[in-house]
Write a protein that binds this ligand. Sequence first.
Ligand SMILES: Nc1ncnc2c1ncn2[C@@H]1O[C@H](COP(=O)(O)OP(=O)(O)O)[C@@H](O)[C@H]1O
Ligand SMILES: [Mg+2]
Length: 265
Amino acid sequence: MSSLVVRDLHVTVEGKPILNGIDLTVESGSVHAMMGPNGSGKSTLSLTIMGHPKYKVERGEIRYDGQDLLAMPVDARARAGVFLAFQYPSAIPGVSVANFLRTAINARRAVPGATAGTAQEARKNDMPIPQFRKLLAEKMKLLDVDDSFITRSVNDGFSGGEKKRLEMLQMHMFRPTLAVLDETDSGLDIDALKTVAHGIEALRSPEVGILLITHYERILRYVHPDRVHVLVEGRIVRTGGPELAAELEAKGYDFVREELYAGRA
Ligand SMILES: Nc1ncnc2c1ncn2[C@@H]1O[C@H](COP(=O)(O)OP(=O)(O)O)[C@@H](O)[C@H]1O
Ligand SMILES: [Mg+2]
């Protein structure tokens, strides 16, 4: 039973305060939705969990599975089971999807601390190629990914929907125990949205915690969260069950903001 525990998290970007005291616990086996208007700090939270160097933690802690995540470099976080699906994934021209996935899987399996001098030693945990092919075929089928996809360069000329599909494919290939999805639903047509939702639901299991970051309520019709949080101006201002998402859909974010300002007055 591993959980993500965020306590009193304060984060600045280039000296500007973005997160102002976040408290959040995501237990394995549960799906938490983090909703909020643009600029509220959703991506900042996800990138801080993953360890992006631009996001400076001024105060507070992030623990996963009892470990101090903030003290760990990004690759150690990945090896601990944390996966982030990016809101804006990068293109890697010249590197095929298949090669990228295999290299990334093996990097996660590499013996920590092994150096270039002992390359063979570092690679002894590599996934055998037939096993990789079998896993890839299985996940492509699950996520309805076309064969032509895997020989193309990573995200190079991909449509928005294809990029998000690749994020889903990566997620399933890596089998994380904590998946943070940053607006993986944004800009998708209904078919792509359903594929993504299916990919998220298929990951759900007692061993996996999911933090689903979204601007819109739409995906929550297909992925059913256990808890819903509303992030405004770097603070979680409301937490509730799935009904909170429906309330936001009906009333918009303004009503949360009004409550917030009324509370300050
Ligand atoms: N890399 C960055 N450089 C400068 N400012 C940033 C950066 N990332 C986020 N910000 C600022 O932090 C605030 C929150 O951004 P973000 O976390 O992307 O919000 P959201 O994902 O909820 O739209 C915004 O005001 C944004 O301009
Ligand atoms: Mg964002």
